[in-house]
Design a protein around this ligand. Structure first.
Ligand code: NDP
Length: 332
């Protein structure tokens, strides 16, 4: 069995020296435990923030310890009455090929009707994040103009489509490069797209939304947040979902430089930490599963094969190498 450990804390962009691929013994389950062979792992931007020292809403990764994250696997040995060998499970012991887990710390999943990797994407934390952003953190109302950043990514692509389903008048997305921006309008149903690499976000947003925007789903922070504050109408709302433009930064971002405008426009900027809302999963699944099944919620994924390629997948995610959900596929 192999696992990936944090070898050293990165300053700025991580590199291969940040990670160590280590051979380990396949662990044996004790009473009440199961042995899981992982089949899919989620790669998430917040994993970069856990590499820094210092307390956040989630404790930092420890140097020398395996990384962790959401994963799907198959039970290959069981000392727990409740979970048989062969069951598919969802859990949090990713970044390793085999994991021993307490039965209480895994969820048995239905892989007859749902693709296992969807539990890491549209039907997992990714989708729930998008759903809460547009329904609760910055609720979209009928007729709203909505702006979504990192819109070709996992959360952003779902958020844009859900905003539309919840009656937004127009949904504008931003992404890096012509291919992704084309995908926003052609695949994910956005009304208009901004290529933030091609020019100023503020100028492009002002041009595409001359009437202003009402809701901003912020996955990026920095210049995107500044542009949104400029374009938001009075009483507009921002869901602060993520700040990916800052995760590798070695200095605080100067943007947004226009925060005083948020006061004069009476804006609401509200942060989201999705683990506060896991009780909303059943309601979300009820909404999203039929949309996914009938094809009216379109998702994409970028699949990287092999545990050894997980570090470069994470580095790639932070540079925009993915469209939709970034996943690692593990084979026996
Ligand atoms: P994505 O699939 O969106 O992948 C990240 C994307 O971010 C990349 O593909 C890249 O797309 C974009 N990106 C990277 N750097 C920059 C930059 N400097 N400026 C603009 N865009 C950039 O990841 P997720 O959907 O998993 O996550 C999206 C956001 O949501 C992240 O900020 C993440 O931290 C946050 N999140 C927050 C949660 C919460 O509980 N609050 C839960 C889950 C996610 P491009 O090619 O377009 O640049």
């Amino acid at each position: 069995s192999r696992e990936i450990r944090l070898a050293s804390r990165p300053f700025g962009e991580p590199d291969e020296g940040t990670f160590a691929l280590v051979e380990t013994q396949v662990p044996e389950p004790g009473a009440g435990q199961i042995l899981v062979r992982n089949t899919w792992m989620s790669v998430d931007p917040y994993m970069r923030t856990r590499m820094n020292a210092g307390e956040s809403y989630i404790p930092p990764f420890e140097v020398g310890a395996p990384l962790e994250g959401s994963a799907i696997g198959e039970v290959v040995a069981s000392e727990a009455d409740t979970i048989p060998v062969g069951a598919a499970v969802s859990h949090f012991a990713g970044w390793r090929e085999y994991a021993v887990l307490d039965a209480a710390h895994v969820e048995v999943i239905d892989v007859e009707n749902v693709r296992p990797q969807d539990y890491l994407g549209a039907l997992g934390t990714t989708g729930l994040t998008a759903y809460l952003a547009v329904t609760e953190i910055a609720p979209v109302r009928e007729g709203d103009v909505v702006f979504v950043s990192a819109a070709a990514g996992a959360v952003g692509s779902v958020a844009g489509q859900l905003a539309r389903k919840f009656n937004a008048a127009r949904v504008i997305g931003s992404a890096g490069g012509p291919e992704k921006t084309r995908k926003l309008t052609e695949t994910f149903g956005f009304d208009a797209a901004i290529d933030y690499r091609a020019g100023s976000v503020a100028e492009q947003l002002a041009e595409l939304a001359p009437e202003g925007i009402d809701v901003y789903i912020d996955n990026v922070g920095g210049d995107h947040l500044e542009a949104a504050i400029e374009s938001l109408n009075d009483h507009g709302k921002v869901a602060m979902v993520g700040m990916i433009s800052t995760y590798n930064a070695t200095e605080p971002s100067p943007a947004p430089r226009n925060l005083p405008t948020a006061q004069t426009k009476r804006l609401t900027l509200r942060g989201l930490v999705i683990s506060d809302h896991f009780d909303r999963f059943p309601e979300y699944i009820e909404t999203a599963a039929p949309l996914l099944a009938d094809g009216s919620l379109v998702t994409e994924e970028t699949i990287v094969d092999g545990l050894e390629n997980a570090p470069s997948a994470l580095l790639g995610l932070l540079r925009g190498a993915n469209t939709g959900k970034m996943l690692i596929r593990l084979t026996a």
